[in-house]
Design a protein around this ligand. Structure first.
Ligand SMILES: [Zn+2]
Length: 279
């Protein structure tokens, strides 16, 4: 079913929200009103992304000889262009993650288009190539998003969860592959925590061993079914030492099992299109 006779495919994906998304959260929840300053402590959680977490994850992927996908808001690409170039230089995929990390579903059609095109321009200016993959900020796509993606030449998106394998959205002007994920295989669900206002994400912190247990069992089942496991991670959350070490143990299990294709999402999407071409 998968490349080189692999039984299942795995994508390691990282949403690089930095402090940009915390600003949005503070505004959306009313914790910060127009003209008021943002909480430095809340912002600093996101700054961990580019200071420590992304570099640590890049070193980890290199040490395992693996490539992942990093979804980057255009604004971050402008602010941290050397880091974003480094992600690509090491052979990883850089995907689109909005411009200012604004949820498409909550934008007007005009603003959604602007956010997408501004993000594309920013990534292209830094990398010299256009991204082919899209992860929406907060996975919050609108009824218009798929058409916009087709119009702008994207090959895949990774925002929905209707199947265990990739699937294809047939739009009026073309098609786009979906690389599904699930809340179960995302780090934020278990690890995100924030103490200060906004009072979101206060459910506590799950042990990385419990998450390893859940992800391992999910992997075994998806392997048996010949499916795709898309792991969604956020460097500021997943890039802590204990969690990167846990990811290392998960990868070890996968490698030991054998016949697992750990690949960049764009490779999986293109392979799916190629192997499911009809007529
Ligand atoms: Zn995000």
């Amino acid at each position: 079913m998968w490349k080189n006779g692999a039984k299942c495919a795995v994508c390691l994906t990282f949403d690089c929200d930095s402090d940009i998304s915390w600003k949005n959260i503070m505004r959306r929840t009313g914790a910060v009103k127009e003209g008021e300053p943002y909480s430095p402590v809340v912002l600093s959680q996101g700054q961990y992304d580019y200071n420590v977490a992304i570099p640590r994850i890049l070193r980890f992927l290199d040490s395992e000889d693996l490539k992942g996908a990093f979804y980057v808001p255009g604004m971050l690409a402008e602010e941290r262009s050397e880091l974003v170039k480094d992600i690509a230089r090491r052979g990883n995929e850089v995907g689109h993650h909005g411009y200012a990390h604004l949820n498409p579903f909550r934008l007007s059609p005009e603003d959604e288009r602007k956010e997408m095109e501004k993000g594309l321009e920013a990534l292209e200016a830094v990398l010299g190539t256009r991204p082919k993959g899209y992860r929406a900020p907060a996975f919050d796509i609108s009824p218009r998003t798929l058409d916009l993606l087709v119009e702008h030449g994207f090959v895949y998106e990774s925002n929905q969860m209707a199947w265990d394998t990739p699937y294809v959205h047939q739009q009026k002007k073309g098609k786009i592959v979906e690389l599904p994920f699930n809340w179960l295989t995302m780090d934020w669900t278990y690890f995100a925590f924030n103490f200060f206002p906004p009072l979101e994400y206060q459910s506590g912190i799950t042990s990385q061993e419990d998450v390893l247990d859940i992800w391992s069992e999910e992997f075994e089942g998806l392997y048996d079914d010949g499916a795709l496991m898309t792991i969604v991670m956020h460097p500021q959350v997943m890039g802590r030492p204990s969690r990167v070490r846990m990811l290392g143990r998960l990868i070890k299990k996968m490698k030991k099992k054998g016949k697992v294709w750990i690949a960049k999402p764009i490779e999986v999407a293109e392979y799916w299109l190629e192997s499911h071409r009809s007529g």
